[in-house]
Design a protein around this ligand. Structure first.
Ligand SMILES: *[C@@H]1O[C@H](CO)[C@@H](O)[C@H](O)[C@H]1NC(C)=O
Ligand SMILES: *[C@@H]1O[C@H](CO)[C@@H](O)[C@H](O)[C@H]1NC(C)=O
Ligand SMILES: *[C@@H]1O[C@H](CO)[C@@H](O)[C@H](O)[C@H]1NC(C)=O
Ligand SMILES: *[C@@H]1O[C@H](CO)[C@@H](O)[C@H](O)[C@H]1NC(C)=O
Ligand SMILES: *[C@@H]1O[C@H](CO)[C@@H](O)[C@H](O)[C@H]1NC(C)=O
Length: 290
């Protein structure tokens, strides 16, 4: 009798640990796959191919999230543009870096719908033949995830600490010298002149763009969300995906995105962003109930 109970208990425990393993591994795989697509040249294929190049099952069509200190993202297209469209491409300017490795240094998932991770995205020089050259630095991203019933990402709240220090190493120069700031403005204006054309024109030519941006606050990469140059530096990279959406963000008014926001509003608006009460999006609801 006792041994039968013991065997039944053991068997049930084994079965439930196999089920745990299933969603733990599923969630880990999803997160790893997302970061793997930021690695060059996988990111280049998505930057060229757009949404159709993103494998099914990674993001729910209604995925929303916040990435501190960059902004908030609403829906599948917004989310993939952030995750893959902003992953650096080699640009022929030393150190010519891109992500060459995505490692989940921390991962935990205590229930099927929630996980947390810390990813290190290794930035290395890309050699002319696309092989991996010297290590430059790594981008650290700490993220809470919520998954839908199929295991696709539905909500995320991510943080990139020290983006300012990362950016300096990515660019290979102090980004805040007068020369570097001038170069950044010139680059934004040249890029938008290629992608923000026709209906999506936001400046009356490159000199007009340079003049308007030179009069704005430059901003810092540790807080890109504002009516400043660094915000436009990020959003100009997205204009090749959906110029009708992103060109206004690069334009003189910031198009509702590169605008000065209140810290108290945008970094704490979980109810608005996740349509759920505080503590619900990223907390296992059924812990201890079974
Ligand atoms: C996305 O949201 C819309 C509107 O609420 C809903 O009709 C649709 O089923 C959702 N899609 C998924 C995959 O959950
Ligand atoms: C990525 O980096 C980790 C940690 O340095 C290392 O263990 C792993 O082998 C690397 N993976 C690849 C594909 O280079
Ligand atoms: C390097 O990768 C990019 C992006 O996939 C590709 O366009 C380019 O042709 C590759 N260069 C070499 C030398 O293989
Ligand atoms: C900014 O850079 C442009 C292009 O390199 C150059 O023509 C211009 O003189 C620079 N302006 C300043 C203020 O350094
Ligand atoms: C400009 O916008 C109009 C109306 O939205 C559209 O019909 C037209 O095709 C667009 N033209 C270009 C060049 O994108």
């Amino acid at each position: 009798m006792v041994s039968l109970l013991l065997i039944t208990t053991l068997f049930t425990a084994l079965l439930s640990s196999a089920a745990d393993q299933h969603w733990y591994n599923r969630n880990r795989d999803t997160v790893q796959k997302i970061y793997d697509l930021t690695v060059f040249p996988a990111n280049a294929a998505i930057i060229t191919g757009g949404a159709s190049a993103v494998p099914a099952g990674l993001f729910n069509e209604n995925a929303t999230g916040r990435v501190t200190p960059i902004g908030e993202f609403f829906g599948f297209q917004d989310s993939i543009e952030y995750f893959f469209g902003l992953a650096p491409l080699p640009d022929s300017i030393p150190p010519n870096g891109a992500f060459t490795n995505a490692t989940l240094v921390e991962f935990t998932s205590g229930c099927p719908e929630v996980a947390a991770s810390t990813a290190y995205l290794t930035l290395s020089t890309i050699n002319p033949d696309n092989s991996t050259g010297p290590f430059i630095t790594a981008l650290k991203q700490i993220t809470f995830w919520r998954f839908d019933d199929e295991g696709a990402v539905l909500k995320y709240d991510a943080w990139i600490p020290d983006l300012d220090l990362f950016t300096a190493l990515l660019k290979g120069v102090d980004p805040y010298t007068p020369t570097a700031m001038n170069n950044t403005i010139q680059q934004i204006c040249a890029l938008q002149a290629q992608t923000c054309v026709g209906n999506n024109t936001v400046y009356d030519g490159i000199p007009n763009c340079v003049q308007i941006l030179a009069a704005k606050t430059f901003g810092r990469s540790d807080e890109t969300w504002g009516d400043n140059v660094v915000c436009r530096m990020i959003h100009v990279l997205l204009t090749k995906f959906r110029p009708e959406v992103h060109c206004p963000h690069v334009g003189p008014t910031g198009g509702g995105k590169c605008i000065d926001v209140a810290y108290n509003d945008v970094y704490f608006n979980d109810q608005f962003l996740f349509n759920a009460q505080l503590g619900q999006p990223f907390t296992c609801q059924n812990m201890g109930m079974d």
